[in-house]
Design a protein around this ligand. Structure first.
Ligand SMILES: Cc1cc2nc3c(=O)[nH]c(=O)nc-3n(C[C@H](O)[C@H](O)[C@H](O)COP(=O)(O)OP(=O)(O)OC[C@H]3O[C@@H](n4cnc5c(N)ncnc54)[C@H](O)[C@@H]3O)c2cc1C
Length: 266
């Protein structure tokens, strides 16, 4: 690890001030992704600003428009939340499919979406459910948040404070996970709200994406059969030792159907 100065502010304002005053400061959430990259010297920073002592950044609230999840809310809390299970069970299923117990007890929704790993699960949840990401400066629509490989629309020093999820009529989650890490080889979140369908895929490309052709077919007929014959091109899809591009393209179709069936399950 390269040397850095550690800070543990007790308020969001203090965290912002410390990030602004630092040469190359980074927020620290659960540390599940950031600390390993620092230990391997794949990343470094002048200042590490730990968000764990700030009140009000963690928690789940049900309100009229939907569910608000604080940035520092652990995956295990989302998985176990009665509000999430009742309003958006697919989101609880997504959180429960992340990594292992240790990772779910440390990792946070804010850290996951800010890191924007191409195989992370929450990006598909955010995009597939049409959530909005609230920062200390603005609200960013799901469609604008993930911009590339490990890249988001966040500006320097911008902090995610919460994520707002609208409650869909139906939503389903399906994941083909790596057996060792449980990161998504391919995973799909699908949702139906007011006749509109969103279908988001993670694990298959540099960053999460929607599949308009599948969404149009499902808007006309929300059934797994409606996806018959619709294929995603393998060109440009990720290839690694876990799956080549053609297999990932195949998995997108399979996971999309499973997600729809999960959404229709009683
Ligand atoms: C063994 C293992 C298995 C895993 N399996 C999966 C899996 O199956 N699916 C999956 O989706 N993920 C998986 N993960 C990743 C896990 O979900 C982490 O929670 C996630 O990568 C990062 O969250 P974190 O809270 O640990 O963030 P950190 O590692 O603390 O931070 C990640 C990045 O986000 C930035 N950041 C953090 N919080 C904020 C904020 N509020 N505002 C602005 N920037 C912020 C940090 O500066 C850093 O750049 C796995 C991780 C491990 C170690």
């Amino acid at each position: 690890m390269y040397p850095f100065t550690y800070h543990r502010p007790a308020s969001l304002d203090d965290a912002r001030a410390r990030l602004a005053a630092s040469e190359d400061g980074r927020p620290l959430a659960g540390g599940m992704s950031l600390i390993p990259t620092m230990r391997f010297r794949l990343s470094s920073c002048s200042d590490l600003v730990d968000l764990n002592a700030i009140d009000g950044l963690a928690g789940i609230e049900r309100h009229e428009g939907g569910i608000r999840i604080g940035a520092m809310t652990r995956h295990a809390a989302v998985e176990a939340s009665a509000e999430v299970r009742e309003a958006i069970p697919a989101l609880a299923a997504l959180a429960g499919s992340i990594g292992d117990v240790q990772v779910r007890n440390r990792g946070t929704i804010g850290g996951s979406i800010c890191f924007a790993d191409p195989a992370a699960d929450y990006p598909a949840g955010i995009l597939g459910l049409g959530a909005s990401v609230n920062t200390d400066r603005r609200s960013i629509a799901a469609d604008d948040f993930f911009t590339g490989l490990y890249e988001t629309a966040l500006e320097d020093g911008e902090l995610v404070v919460s994520v707002d999820f609208p409650v869909p009529e139906r939503a389903g989650w399906a994941k083909f996970g790596n057996q060792a890490s449980r990161f998504a080889v391919v995973a799909v979140m699908v949702s139906l709200a007011g006749g509109a369908v969103r279908l988001a895929v993670t694990g298959a490309k540099s960053h999460v994406f929607r599949v308009p052709e599948m969404e149009a077919a499902l808007a006309a007929d929300f059934s797994a059969e409606a996806l018959e014959g619709i294929a995603v091109a393998s060109e440009g899809l990720n290839e690694d030792l876990h799956a080549d591009a053609a297999y990932r393209a195949h998995l997108v179709g399979v996971m999309a159907k499973r997600a729809v069936r999960a959404a229709l399950a009683p």
